[in-house]
Ligand binder design. Structure first.
Ligand code: C2E
Ligand code: CA
Ligand code: CA
Length: 763
């Protein structure tokens, strides 16, 4: 029995040394604490072995060895405490208590050494065991030994508490890490107490100290971390956001995690599903020897699309033998949906859901690139949309646009693209054959009917550009369709208009006119032509001043070409001022020469907006000396109707100065007769349409007759323009017309010619 104990102790010491050697090879967490613990256990066991081997003849040596044994238990528990602190990651006792513990340990150690001589801690007696047939040292503890026990057990108790606390606090997967060490320590302590209480011949707990050290070494450095790692791995796999199918080397499914179950789970066995998945993957994918293959894939679940990023991985051992494989499924649905949503928002108009401007350019460009049939671009525009917003609020405007967007979307077909370009401008690119004007018109009318805004009469314009060159920039095509709308503006019947090349020419021409106008005016390229006005006795009474542009390159340009452009651009007043000046200057000259002709000048509708017309004509009187009744002012009836109040005021002012006002183009407008009662005009100039009428000649002549007789009653002289034939003159004479102007007498001519022909004659 004794020999067995000694052998056991020696074996234990050797095992501990082997342990230290093994631990030293690996860099693992807490290694140093474990090594210190084992070394103190080695020393404790060695001292105890030494002590029990001391023969009864050497009591001093026995006292010394036993003292060493006891004092090394002090350090054994101190290192145990330090290990526990490190292992549980609990803060070790702070510096002061640590020093106190060290000091107490030191005092206790010294006390045990001194005990060799003083025997105040314990006494040794040799006893003989008949049973074992040996003499052994019986340890009799003395009073001071209690202090050693209190010290040792306090430290052990503290360590046990720390372990117990960590055990309670730790999440379940970490509990095992603490429980095994806690229970082993507890049992060693229990056995030690038991040995002491039983007053056994030998302290068997020494063996347990050693075993505990080895066990701690194994548990703390190897078993627990591995177990924990396995648990963590399996938790990661199970709770991962990535789905997983794992297979063995024969393709049998050996693992499916929760995410994969949710992705592929159905009535069928999930393992079977996984195996089928592997089979179909292998059929689809050719094996090019790579260990990892990734691809995007889409599956359907409950009618929803799920976007997966699938990674397939083969596992091989170091000799290249197949160990198994796995699929990882990253669910990218949310990311892709978000991306698609963002992309949608970036390319679509928020209000109508149609494409936006930029996206339209892209999509239209792509469609036209592959176009193998004629295409067209259709644009629409709500006339006076701004007014809808202003009168009924932007909400009403938005409702209208949404409805239009909805209608356009409904009409959309394959190979077409529709967009809201901005505000109320919509645009669709479509194959020419799909454009059904009638359907478009019907839809538009229905839209207007359903979305009537207050009393406002909505009107749509539709412009179509039939694409001739698909390589043209999309915006040029769009502009051309819009140009068709511009060209049709004002035409209330035709709601679909087609682009014609001349529209573009007109625009270019307008641009040219506007860019050249100022210089042309300065350089006096504009000339006053005169067209004679003849009285019914055959004598010339005067002339109408008509402008001509003598262009250095183009030659003579007639006013029909540039006057509408200048009016649109708000520039006509500059030209009119110039013409009025020319006329007044000529009258001044003629007065000096004793000639009595009058000159009629034209006043444009927009002149009243840009000029103080009255003041302009007053200034002429300052500048030139002429008879005011000889400068006659022609204002068209449509100009009079445009801004009634303002023009009336100006006319009153002109009258007050002494000028005669002629109503030009009478009968060409809408409210000729009504206007006559309000406007204080002096002369009526009847429009040439009555003479040009070829279909209803009779009706025209009747109207003419009545206009003339009515104006007679009003006391207004009448002049008819556009007289081209002798018959017309005769008829007009019959019905009492006072004056005539027209090609029958003369065309407009330059001043030189006019003076040559008429001034000599009348003198
Ligand atoms: P308007 O004031 O009605 O001028 C009469 C137009 O009829 C002139 O055309 C004249 O040449 C033309 N005409 C005269 N007799 C006959 C005829 O027997 N048969 C036909 N078919 N036509 C005849 P024009 O000179 O081309 O002027 C066109 C328009 O341009 C004028 O119409 C007038 O509204 C405007 N306009 C001309 N000069 C000026 C100007 O200095 N200032 C402003 N604001 N407008 C002007
Ligand atoms: Ca005129
Ligand atoms: Ca006229």
């Amino acid at each position: 029995m004794f020999q067995a104990l000694v052998i056991l102790l020696i074996v234990l010491i050797l095992m501990m040394i082997i342990c230290v050697a093994a631990v030293n090879k690996n860099v693992v967490r807490n290694r140093n604490h474990v090594v210190h613990l084992i070394w103190t256990a080695v020393i404790t066991a060695a001292c105890y072995t030494g002590f029990i081997l001391v023969r009864p003849d050497y009591p001093a040596l026995a006292y010394f060895a036993a003292g060493l044994y006891f004092l090394s238990t002090d350090w054994l528990v101190i290192y145990l405490m330090l290990f526990v602190s490190a292992y549980t990651r609990m803060k070790p006792p702070s510096l002061v208590p640590r020093r106190i513990i060290g000091l107490l340990g030191g005092v206790d150690s010294v006390s045990f050494v001194v005990n060799t001589f003083t025997h105040h801690m314990f006494e040794l007696k040799t006893e003989f065991s008949k049973q074992l047939d040996i003499s052994y040292w019986h340890v009799q503890l003395k009073g001071f030994h209690v202090l050693h026990r209190v010290f040792v057990y306090s430290i052990v108790l503290y360590s046990l508490c720390v372990l117990a606390y960590s055990l309670v606090k730790a999440p379940s997967i970490y509990k095992n890490k603490f429980s095994s060490i806690l229970f082993q320590t507890l049992s060693v302590v229990g056995l030690n107490i038991f040995c002491s209480a039983m007053d056994a011949k030998f302290d068997y707990s020494v063996i347990l100290y050693g075993s505990l050290a080895i066990s701690i070494c194994y548990l703390a450095l190897y078993a627990s971390p591995r177990k924990l790692l396995r648990k963590i791995h399996s938790t990661i796999v199970q709770d991962s956001v990535i789905g997983l199918f794992a297979y063995d080397n024969e393709g049998k499914c050996v693992g499916v995690n929760q995410v994969a179950r949710e992705l592929f789970g159905s009535q069928e066995d999930i393992y079977e599903t996984a195996e089928k998945y592997l089979t179909s993957w292998r059929e689809e994918q050719e094996d090019n020897g790579e260990n990892v293959v990734c691809k995007d894939s889409v599956i359907e679940k409950e009618g929803r699309k799920i976007y997966l990023y699938v990674s397939f991985q083969k596992f091989l051992d170091e000799k290249g033998r197949n160990l198994g494989c796995c699929f990882q499924f990253e669910n990218r649905t949310e990311m892709i949906n978000r991306f698609q949503e963002e992309q949608y928002r970036a390319t679509h108009d928020e209000l109508t859901g149609l494409l936006n401007r930029d996206a339209f350019e892209d999509v239209a460009g792509r469609i036209l690139k592959d176009a193998d049939e004629p295409y067209c671009i259709v644009c629409s525009n709500i006339r006076d949309f701004k007014l809808v917003n202003e009168l009924y609020g932007t909400e009403a405007g938005d409702r209208l646009l949404t409805a239009q967007g909805e209608m356009i979307r409904r009409m959309g077909r394959e190979n077409s693209a529709s967009a809201r370009i901005y505000a109320d401008k919509f645009c669709t690119l479509m194959p020419r054959k799909n454009l059904n004007e009638q359907v478009f018109r019907d839809n538009m009318s229905a839209l207007i009917e359903q979305n009537q805004v207050g009393a406002f009469k909505l009107h749509y314009d539709i412009g179509v550009y039939e694409i001739q060159d698909v390589k043209e920039p999309v915006w040029t095509m769009y502009d051309k369709a819009m140009l068709a709308i511009d060209a049709a503006q004002g035409n209330y019947e035709e709601s679909v208009s087609y682009y014609k090349d001349e529209f573009l020419k007109n625009i270019m021409q307008e641009k040219e006119i506007l860019s050249e106008f100022d210089d042309a005016l300065k350089e006096k390229q504009f000339c006053m032509f005169l067209q004679p006005q003849i009285a019914n006795d055959g004598n010339i009474v005067g002339a109408e001043a008509l402008v001509r542009w003598i262009h250095p390159q183009k030659g003579m340009v007639s006013p029909g070409i540039f006057i509408p452009t200048l009016e649109k651009a708000g520039l006509i007043h500059k030209l009119d001022l110039y013409m009025w000046d020319c006329a007044a200057q000529k009258l001044d000259q003629w007065k000096k020469q004793g000639k009595t002709f009058s000159i009629s000048v034209n006043i444009s509708a927009t002149d009243f907006s840009y000029l103080d017309v009255c003041e302009a004509f007053r200034e002429l009187l300052d500048r030139y000396d002429f008879d005011i009744r000889k400068l006659k002012l022609e204002i068209t009836e449509s100009a009079l109707m445009k801004n009634v109040k303002e023009t009336m005021k100006a006319i009153d002012g002109l009258h007050a100065l002494g000028y005669d006002i002629e109503i030009d183009d009478f009968g060409n407008g809408y409210s000729s007769l009504g206007m006559l009662k309000d406007i204080n005009a002096d002369i009526l100039k009847i429009d040439m349409i009555f003479l040009q009428e070829t279909q209803n000649v009779e009706r025209s002549t009747t109207i003419l007759k009545h206009i003339i007789s009515m104006s007679k009653e009003l006391g207004m002289p009448v002049i008819t323009e556009g007289v081209e034939t002798r018959e017309q003159v005769d008829f007009l004479m019959d019905v009492g017309c006072d004056m005539f102007q027209g090609y029958y007498f003369a065309k407009p001519m330059n001043l030189e010619l006019f003076e040559q022909q008429y001034c000599q004659a009348t003198g």
